[in-house]
Design a protein around this ligand. Structure first.
Ligand SMILES: Nc1nc2c(c(=O)[nH]1)N[C@H]1C(S)=C(S)[C@@H](COP(=O)(O)OP(=O)(O)OC[C@H]3O[C@@H](n4cnc5c(=O)[nH]c(N)nc54)[C@H](O)[C@@H]3O)O[C@H]1N2
Ligand SMILES: Nc1nc2c(c(=O)[nH]1)N[C@H]1C(S)=C(S)[C@@H](COP(=O)(O)OP(=O)(O)OC[C@H]3O[C@@H](n4cnc5c(=O)[nH]c(N)nc54)[C@H](O)[C@@H]3O)O[C@H]1N2
Ligand code: SF4
Ligand SMILES: [Mo]
Length: 736
């Protein structure tokens, strides 16, 4: 990488306590390690390479790992401090059973007894109420082997249709939009294309805090003369260094994309040759965006007309470009429409599938990409296959040695699972790597649902807030206690290496699942003795699917520093950039560049609809929610890492000075934020970096500090993603 003009430290300085000040610094514990192991960070989808220092089966520190090309030794504060989790006193070392006489609500029990009780309850519930009355909620921080095993366990051991995962809250709008437009769901380009782009368009992504290493790529582009456009209701750290900032009103991005396409067509800034040869559906979309004049676009989005014109010109006239988006445009009841709007301006430009011409959604969870490919989604089978497609069912049934008719049909999404629990249709639940009580919207409802369960088992290494409702808690493994693959932000399959053994009675997650299968008397198909064996089966199960991993081996990953899927044979180098002339494409088979039989990408109408709950007289302010750099998701892990807690000890509400003045709220005042579903009282942070009609709260805290007491459980009709990014609230200064 070229030398950067400024450091990430400088970028994030002055943005409150949540800065990236520790990036790239070594932590010296003063103790000599026995070994140093190459692996990756356990947190976000960038999956930075890291080396963990080990002394006597304990991780005692880290070293930068310069050899991994994506981060080249750099880390953000979370990566630097992650090693502190393993020795935390809250680490679960035994199985637990609910016991009302114990002050903690639980007593430790023998691991095997816990497994037996779980199996017994599963059998009781399923024989009384049917197989679908027991549900599974899984997670995308798990290795791909585990996510594959969870899908298989649900379908052929429990025979339940009801399995879904926490990526439902995260990546699904992008996934659905990408499949509709391109026929495949993966970042189209490696990040090395970002610095080669003349324009970088970033919508709804707080890159410096949530994808910190990506900041470097954007800055390199800038260094090379690129223009950076950022669209966000808040002037995030990356926005402070951009050329053009568009302060969109939350929930209106599709209108902006339509308005941009309108101007591109009007000024003939479109690539006719590409549109004619490589796409279908342009005419209908062109017709539709006629109504999206700059004036109307400005009215709906709250962005000044001249900024919209400027953005269209920068984007329209560029020779090369990269469009990135994240949850800011995806966490909406019309998240898929937003994504399709973004893809339409990429397709109209013709700038995709070439060096320096790219598009990607920024993957969130550590294995957000791999975790959405191999069957833990409610409608999916391994290899990105469709559970309702008879051919796909037949193939997977054969791999699993069952009759296709035995495979359940599609189940319901994660939130619908909660609704079914609340209605008494689902009586039992197993969660692994998911903390829905904190992370689902309208979480007072989620709590009511959890209280209705007849039996609930949770697998985790910490007793997260949802697990407090469990009857049985099974002690799972930390990232560094197991091996397996994950797929990072660019589509590169990489290897997580085992660094230490699980302590006490804690077990590797896949062993716990297999122990339950055995106790149920249905261990056939669940007798793997290593993650490598699971991976071998996954390779076969994925073969011929879109997410084809069949040519990937652990050894090849080590040799090549990761392999991009699809990779159909051991001779294939992997597919670094999608949609390139001549690149591997099992669907188009030489007919064209995109993953449809005719090889053509699809333009899709991207229709504007207002958010599910718009502001009104009673609730006049928009609430949007998201993250800070020092905490991760529901906070189970990072709220237990002291230096990260010190950086951001508690949630806050960002308020523009004009709104604060009107409400008589001063910086630091305790402020009550109320929605139709709940209320929260937290400190006000008065900032001039947010739209005056919008307030922002980070969601990493539980209980009374949880932002999800306020959010709405409206979902996108296609992807079923919740609308975390817009609901209506009122706020006032709390009694001090
Ligand atoms: N530090 C940290 N990093 C993380 C995570 C974490 O919890 N902490 N989580 C990981 C995961 S799983 C994910 S999904 C990613 C999330 O990464 P991001 O999507 O970048 O993060 P968010 O904070 O959810 O939202 C991004 C931005 O969307 C803006 N926004 C809100 N509403 C709108 C809107 O209507 N339109 C537009 N254009 N923008 C809007 C917000 O102001 C915010 O700046 O981060 C990953 N990385
Ligand atoms: N208001 C609001 N809510 C949001 C969002 C938002 O922007 N705003 N963002 C949403 C998004 S994008 C996401 S991804 C979700 C995330 O929401 P969750 O998935 O509920 O959050 P996590 O904190 O990842 O919970 C994962 C749990 O898994 C455990 N865990 C981690 N790794 C492993 C492992 O390897 N094995 C086992 N057994 N357990 C493990 C952790 O200890 C933790 O308890 O939150 C969503 N909720
Ligand atoms: S949290 Fe993400 S950016 Fe930070 S070190 Fe880990 S993988 Fe890298
Ligand atoms: Mo996410």
């Amino acid at each position: 990488m070229a030398k950067l003009p400024v450091s990430i430290e400088a970028l994030t300085k002055g943005f409150g306590p949540h800065t990236a000040q520790s990036i790239g610094k070594r932590v010296e514990t003063g103790i000599e390690p026995d070994r140093v192991v190459n692996t990756h960070c356990c947190f976000c989808g960038q999956q930075c390479g890291i080396q963990l220092k080990v002394k006597e089966n304990e991780v005692i520190g880290f070293e930068p790992r310069d050899s991994f090309p994506f981060n080249q030794g750099m880390l953000c504060p979370k990566g630097v401090k992650r090693y502190l989790q393993g020795s935390h006193p809250d680490r679960l070392l035994t199985a637990l059973e609910r016991n009302s006489e114990s002050s903690s609500g639980f007593i430790p029990i023998d691991y095997n007894k816990a497994i037996e009780r779980t199996a017994k309850e599963i059998t009781r519930i399923q024989s009384s109420f049917g197989a679908d009355a027991f549900a599974i909620l899984s997670g995308a921080s798990l290795t791909t082997e585990k996510t594959y095993l969870m899908g298989k366990f649900a379908r052929i051991c429990l025979k339940t249709a009801n399995i879904d995962y926490n990526g439902r809250l995260c990546m699904v709008s992008a996934a659905a939009g990408n499949k509709k437009a391109f026929g495949i769901d993966r970042a189209a380009n490696p990040w090395s294309d970002i610095p080669k782009a003349e324009v970088v368009w970033i919508s709804g992504a707080n890159i410096a805090e949530c994808a910190p290493i990506t900041t470097n790529y954007v800055w390199q582009a800038r260094e090379n003369g690129a223009k950076i456009i950022v669209v966000d209701p808040r002037i995030t750290p990356i926005a402070r260094t951009c050329h053009l900032f568009l302060p969109v009103k939350p929930g209106r991005d599709v209108a902006l994309f339509n308005g941009i396409l309108h101007l591109m067509i009007e000024h003939n800034w479109i690539n006719h040759e590409f549109i004619n040869s490589h796409t279908v559906g342009f005419e209908a979309v062109a017709q539709h965006v006629k109504e999206w004049t700059p004036k109307k676009t400005a009215e709906v989005t709250g962005i000044a007309e001249k900024l919209i014109r400027k953005a269209a010109e920068l984007w329209g006239r560029a020779e090369s470009s990269f469009l990135l988006h994240a949850r800011g445009i995806e966490h909406h009841s019309h998240g898929v429409e937003n994504v399709l709007g973004a893809i339409n301006i990429v397709l109209a430009s013709g700038r995709i599938g070439r060096e320096g011409c790219g598009y990607a959604t920024i993957t969130g969870q550590g294995n957000g990409q791999g975790g959405r490919e191999h069957g833990q989604k409610c409608d999916q089978l391994p290899g990105g296959r469709d559970i309702s497609n008879p051919e796909h069912r037949a193939y997977i049934a054969k791999v699993w040695g069952v009759n296709p008719d035995e495979l359940p049909q599609a189940g319901v999404d994660a939130y619908e699972i909660m609704r079914k629990i609340e209605r008494g249709e689902i009586r039992g639940l197993l969660t692994i790597c998911f903390n829905p009580k904190v992370s689902l919207p309208d979480n007072n409802f989620v709590t009511r649902a959890l209280e209705k369960l007849e039996f609930y088992a949770a697998i985790d290494f910490f007793l997260n807030e949802t697990a407090h409702h469990a009857d049985i808690v099974l002690p799972g493994s930390l990232h560094e206690e197991d091996e397996g693959v994950v797929t990072q932000i660019e589509g590169r399959v990489i290897k997580i290496n085992k660094v230490v053994d699980p302590p006490g009675d804690a077990k590797q997650d896949w062993k716990i699942i297999q122990d339950i299968a055995k106790s149920l008397g249905r261990e056939r198909g669940f007798t793997f003795s290593t993650p490598a064996e699971i991976f071998q089966e996954l390779r076969i199960a994925s073969k011929g699917g879109i997410a084809d991993y069949s040519g990937i081996t652990y050894d090849r990953i080590e040799q090549q520093n990761g392999i991009f899927w699809p990779c159909p044979s051991e001779e294939h180098t992997g597919t670094v950039r999608l949609f390139e002339e001549g690149s591997f494409n099992p669907i188009a088979k030489g007919n064209g560049r995109f993953y449809f039989p005719d090889g053509k990408a699809r333009f899709n109408l991207a229709l504007y609809k207002p958010p599910a709950e718009d502001v009104d007289e009673e609730f006049p302010i928009i609430l949007t929610t998201g993250r800070v750099v020092s905490h991760f998701l529901s906070g189970t892990q990072t709220r237990r890492i002291g230096p990260l807690v010190d950086q951001t000890p508690s949630p806050f509400v960002e308020i523009h000075p004009r709104l604060a003045d009107r409400l008589g709220i001063k910086n630091g005042d305790m402020t009550t934020v109320v929605s139709r579903r709940g209320e929260i009282t937290i400190k006000a942070q008065i900032v001039n970096t947010i739209r005056p009609d919008t307030v922002f709260i980070p969601y990493h805290w539980p209980g009374k500090q949880s932002a999800n007491q306020l959010t709405i459980a409206a979902q996108d009709p296609i992807s079923k993603i919740p609308e975390y990014k817009v609901c209506a609230v009122k706020l006032f200064r709390a009694e001090q």
